[in-house]
Design a protein around this ligand. Structure first.
Ligand code: ADP
Ligand code: ZN
Length: 432
């Protein structure tokens, strides 16, 4: 059953008191690792130097590189005999890293995921299907244990085999599905090909979408296509996996569970805190972990803290929808562009499908961006397609300030991934 609902309702002062108590404990736990002992020694700090939450800023940052350097077990704060599971990040951006869990860590993780699912109205009696890859990818087991903790009938369908996935949805009467956003679109296309109407032929009412950046427009599309409410779910292996931050039914920002994490938003260059409400790099300190606590972990994800209180009454801070990772940013002709900006424009055209690919090339020192996007339906009305291409180009230029080459391609012609979608191909040669 879902444990500790009282933590969801904490007031700000209760959250802060709990955070300080847990931070002190976490620091002591961290000092069992050589990595943090060295960092503290460099700063001539001891665990007793943490007296208030503002002392957090004196602590060292931890980076992905630190995790790579500690591969596989050097960051363990407990004897390996107490570690019951390891996960590895999906390695989207380089060498994998390893995250270790004690049984208590796994229990707390399941609680966090159960809390998220409960928040969006899921209850025992719901049938929860998980289309994430199982194994090292935390979206599989993370949701599995969280959904079971909540007491739902859980279908570990795993990734791929879309027709079988759909058969499960219809045969078992699946009411809630977890899918990465790019896959939700694919599911709908295959349902259509099979002559199924999700509103009529399934009992789906809730979709959990996350693990990759997506725009508000893409969420609305998913909701309309499948006739569901879709909730944004944010997590990463280093912070356990799913269950870090999740939208409530207001669908306006993701509550981050502050009894598990202390949140900072910093300028990625100066590492100083950004002014309140501004976008910067999300930095998280785990305060509820035994095997591998992390201090001030630089996630590289860019977001901001939404100002004001959430009408739902929860006092845990809300993160804005992720803008992308700092390393996803495209720099073209000196302009900084996030793929999500392009997606936001594309998704406003009803004629366009859900898949697109941004390719960057350079010819004679001239950077070029090509945006290929699938049409929703076949068309040979060339004057209309030309006008559409012109309009998309114009709106993209307004958004990203450079003029891309736009190509409308047939439905299904862009490469599909089983995991997270690849939206950008950078074929530029470095000029010496
Ligand atoms: P990898 O880092 O190898 O992709 P993870 O599976 O741990 O492995 O992915 C975590 C990352 O996925 C996050 O740091 C973030 O960049 C991205 N991510 C996860 N959930 C979301 C979300 N809801 N919106 C945007 N990005 C997300
Ligand atoms: Zn809320």
């Amino acid at each position: 059953m879902y444990l500790h609902p009282e933590f969801e309702k904490l007031s700000r002062s209760e959250i802060e008191a709990l955070q300080l108590e847990r931070l002190k404990k976490t620091v002591r736990q961290c000092l069992r690792t050589e990595f943090y002992r060295e960092r503290f020694a460099e700063r001539r700090m001891t665990a007793d130097d943490i007296r208030s939450l503002s002392d957090l800023r004196r602590l060292p940052f931890t980076t992905k590189q630190d995790l790579r350097d500690s591969y596989p077990f050097k960051m363990s704060a407990v004897p390996l005999s107490e570690v019951v599971r390891l996960h590895s990040s999906s390695g989207t951006t380089g060498t994998p890293t390893v995250i270790l869990h004690t049984q208590k860590d796994l229990d707390e993780w399941a609680n966090a995921v159960a809390r998220c699912l409960y928040m969006v109205g899921l209850r025992p009696g719901d049938i929860f299907q998980n289309s994430s890859g199982y194994g090292m990818f935390t979206g599989g087991l993370g949701f599995q244990y969280g959904a079971e903790r909540l007491g739902m009938l859980t279908v570990p369908a795993a990734a791929g085999n879309t027709k079988r996935q759909i058969k499960f949805i219809t045969d078992f009467g699946t009411t809630a599905l977890h899918a990465i956003p790019s896959y939700a679109g694919r599911l709908f296309e295959v349902m259509e090909e099979m002559g199924l109407d999700p509103r009529r032929d399934t009992k789906l009412h809730t979709l959990i979408i996350g693990a990759e950046p997506h725009s508000e427009e893409q969420r609305r599309r998913i909701e309309q296509m499948l006739g569901v409410k879709a909730y944004n779910s944010f997590g990463m292996s280093e912070m356990c996996g799913p269950g870090v931050a999740f939208e409530c039914t207001e669908q306006n920002g993701l509550h981050i569970w502050e009894d598990y994490y202390i949140v900072e938003i910093v300028d990625p260059v100066t590492l100083e805190p950004v002014p309140e409400g501004e976008v910067g790099e999300l930095v998280l300190t785990t305060i509820n972990r035994e095997a591998m606590p992390l201090l001030r972990y630089r996630t590289r994800d860019l977001t901001r803290i939404l100002p004001g209180a959430c009408p739902c009454g929860r006092q845990h801070l809300r993160l804005d929808r992720m803008k992308g990772r700092s390393d996803d940013m495209i720099i073209l002709k000196g302009v900084n562009i996030f793929p999500i900006q392009i997606e936001t424009v594309l998704m406003q055209f009803a004629e366009l499908g859900n898949d697109y690919l941004i390719t960057l090339t350079n010819e004679e020192a001239n950077d070029l961006m090509t945006v290929e996007v699938e049409l929703k339906e076949f068309s040979d009305d060339y004057p209309r397609l030309q006008a559409l291409t012109r309009e998309i180009t114009r709106q993209l230029k307004d958004e990203i300030l450079i003029t891309p080459v736009v190509r409308l391609v047939a439905k299904g012609s862009l490469p599909k991934q089983e995991g997270k979608a690849v939206r950008v191909k950078d074929l530029r040669k470095t000029l010496i």
